[in-house]
Design a binder for this molecule. Sequence first.
Ligand code: BT5
Length: 269
Amino acid sequence: MTALMSAKIRLNQLQDGLRTKRFGRKILFYHKTGSTNDWAKELARCGTREGTVVIAETQTNGRGRLDRKWVSPIGGLWFSLILRLELHPSEALKLTFVAGLAVAKVLHDMFDLRVETKWPNDVLVKGRKICGILTEMNTTGETVNFVVVGVGVNTNFDVEKTFQEPLKRTATSLENELGRKVRLEELFKSLLEELENLYDHFTKEGFDSILKEWKSYASFLGHQVEITGPAGKLSGLALDVNNDGVLILKLEDGRMRHVFVGDISLQVQ
Ligand code: BT5
């Protein structure tokens, strides 16, 4: 495979053999765009159907949570999926777990990698971030009009050469972990298939078994962690993630704390 083939996305192969009913049946492709989440939201606002995907080879304004920057060079897999489902706004976080589990399963099954899920929206390999998920929604009062789930997987590039400090130490890519490039289109199709599978399970059967499986990849549970959130830093034992996707932290003084938003870092003991 030449470097060009593995960095560029071959549009005609994105749907070739795709085994989904709805996800990725309509795809908008950009060589370069600001953020695929922004385009997906725009399309959803105009009524575009569930399962539509926006994908780009590179993003100039890739976003993380709280408007943080998501670095999105060529060679990565950057896409957003439009979902239309009945749920309460407080439940949208659950879709982040659905997507995180889909990524973890696919990376494990396709490449035999030891992947970990980290609350709330990361997938890691050997403690380094290989994927981030950004779930955004549009609401009217308590009605969710649509949800956009953005998935970014560091794939065919070397983080050492591509990222700056401190990201080159905290991130990894499939190329770094496997020592080779992979077919972006095949990875994309497998992710869409797993996403559709798990999403259908979630809408029909509920969140319990999704969360249970997500937790089976969550190696931070049972460890001392530090949470950085809107209210500052908190340290404690990461006890559990409850059925709302909320992290339960046991503080050093023994009190329990529900954490709704934040970033976890493991504490070295
Ligand atoms: C995320 O936010 O992890 C969500 C990332 C979602 C990206 C996808 S790509 C397709 C779609 N379109 C978008 O515009 N976004 C979505 P958060 O948990 O807030 O993490 C952001 C932090 O991760 C940054 O502050 C950096 O520290 C780090 N980071 C940035 N780029 C990274 C990368 N490529 N790989 C690993 N870490 C990165």
